[in-house]
Design a protein around this ligand. Structure first.
Ligand code: BG6
Length: 355
C-alpha cells in the first residue's frame, strides 16, 4: 500500500472515508439475502472488541430504534465469563475488522458449540478469508480495503455503513419505515460522502485544537443517543494513538459522579448533533456542556452553531459518519504533536491473538 501524498497511513485512511461510504452504500455484493428473514429473528446479539465493539453499539441503537429488533451487545473478551442467556431465533453478529481477534473467535466458537446450530451466525469482517469469516454460517464483508494503520478508522466507518444497511433492510421488512421514508433516508445517505469531505476540510482547525491540547493528560468525551458510542470510540482513538487518558461518557450519566473528576486541567469534548433544528439530544448535550464550563473547565463543542468544530447539518441518526472524522483527526494530530509513531503505537497490534 502506498502512502501517496499522505505522511501516515492513519491520515490516508481517514481521508479514504468518503469513498468507503460511497462504495459501501452501492456495493452490489452486500448480499443481505444471506440473512434470515425478520420472522425468523426474535433477537440479535452482537459480539466484538475495541473499535468494532463501538460500531456494534451503534448497530444496536439502529437495530432497536430503526428496525425494532431487541438487540444485545457484549464485548467478546467478557463473553466467556458472562455468556448471553439462551434465546430462540437469534441472529448472532460477530464483528471484527481483521476477522482474527482471538477473543472474538473464541466467543463465536463457544456460541456455536452451545447453541447446537440453533443460532445463525453472521460474520462482519474486512477479510473474507479470515478465521471468523470462514467459521461463521454466513459472511458480509465491509470491503473497506486494506487498513494499514494499527488504529482502525475507515473500517469503523465501513462497519457503520453496514449496520445502517442492516437496520434499513429489517426496518423495510418489518414495515417500520414506509417506502417514502426509506427513499428519504437513502437520499440523505447518498449525501454523506460530500458532507464528510466538508468535515475533512476542517483539518487545519482540528490540528490547531490538537496543538492546544499537547500537554493535556486527561480528556473527557461526551455524547448521547446514537453518539454515545462515538464518545467511546473517540476516547479509544485518543488512548491508542496519543496515550492520553481519555474517557467517553453518556452526557447525562457524566453528571452522576464522574463530573467530580473535572478541574481546570481537564477539558471535555461534547458531541452535539448539528441537524437543522435543535434536537432533544442537542439540548441535553448543551445543558451538560454549560454545567461543565460554569465549573471552570473548558468544553470543546463538536457540532452545533457555536461549535469549535462546525459540522454540516445532518439528521442526528446519520451524524456518527460526520462526528467520527474530527475525533480521528484530533487523535492523529495530537499524536503528531507528541511525536508518536501514529501508525504503530506502543503495546497494541492489529491482530491481538489473546488478551
Ligand atoms: C484490539 C486493537 O486489539 O483489537 C483495537 O487494539 C481493535 O484497535 C480491536 O479495535 C478489535 O480488532 P478487530 O480486528 O477484531 O476489529
Amino acid at each position: 500500500m502506498a502512502l501517496q501524498k499522505f505522511q501516515h497511513f492513519m491520515l490516508k485512511e481517514i481521508y479514504e472515508q468518503p469513498e468507503v461510504i460511497r462504495h459501501s452504500l452501492n456495493d452490489p455484493n452486500k448480499a443481505f439475502q444471506v440473512l434470515p428473514t425478520l420472522d425468523q429473528v426474535e433477537e440479535i446479539q452482537i459480539l466484538a472488541c475495541g473499535t468494532s465493539f463501538h460500531a456494534g453499539l451503534v448497530g444496536q441503537f439502529l437495530l432497536e430504534q430503526v428496525a425494532g429488533i431487541p438487540t444485545r451487545v457484549r464485548s467478546a473478551s467478557e463473553f466467556l465469563a458472562a455468556p448471553f442467556p439462551r434465546t430462540r431465533n437469534t441472529l448472532l453478529m460477530v464483528v471484527s475488522q481483521s476477522g482474527e481477534t482471538a477473543d472474538v473467535l473464541a466467543a463465536m466458537q463457544a456460541v456455536k458449540q452451545s447453541s447446537g446450530g440453533a443460532f445463525k451466525i453472521l460474520a462482519i469482517t474486512n477479510n473474507s478469508q479470515s478465521s471468523i469469516a470462514t467459521e461463521a454460517d454466513c459472511e458480509i464483508s465491509v470491503a473497506a480495503g486494506v487498513e494499514t494503520s494499527v488504529a482502525a478508522t475507515k473500517t469503523f466507518t465501513a462497519q457503520l455503513a453496514l449496520f445502517y444497511g442492516l437496520a434499513f433492510f429489517y426496518a423495510r421488512q418489518g414495515q417500520h419505515l414506509s417506502h417514502e421514508q426509506l427513499k428519504g433516508w437513502n437520499a440523505q445517505l447518498d449525501a454523506l460522502p460530500a458532507q464528510v469531505e466538508k468535515v475533512l476540510q476542517q483539518e487545519a482547525t482540528i490540528a490547531a485544537i490538537a496543538a492546544s491540547l499537547k500537554d493535556t493528560k486527561t480528556l473527557i468525551l461526551l455524547g448521547t443517543g446514537i453518539n454515545y458510542p462515538l464518545a467511546l470510540e473517540g476516547a479509544l482513538k485518543l488512548k491508542e494513538t496519543t496515550y492520553t487518558h481519555a474517557e467517553g461518557y453518556a452526557a447525562g450519566e457524566f453528571l452522576h459522579g464522574p463530573i467530580a473528576l473535572l478541574d481546570q486541567t481537564i477539558p471535555a469534548i461534547a458531541i452535539c448533533p448539528s441537524q437543522p433544528s435543535r434536537s432533544a439530544s442537542a439540548e441535553r448535550i448543551l445543558k451538560v456542556a454549560q454545567k461543565i464550563s460554569s465549573n471552570g473547565s473548558d468544553v470543546i463543542l463538536l457540532g452545533g452553531s457555536d461549535a469549535a468544530i462546525v459540522l454540516p447539518p445532518c439528521e442526528e441518526l446519520l451524524s456518527p459518519f460526520l462526528n467520527i472524522v474530527p475525533l480521528q483527526l484530533l487523535a492523529y494530530h495530537l499524536a503528531i504533536a507528541r511525536t508518536i509513531d501514529v501508525d504503530r503505537p506502543r503495546n497494541i497490534t492489529k491482530f491481538l491473538k489473546s488478551s
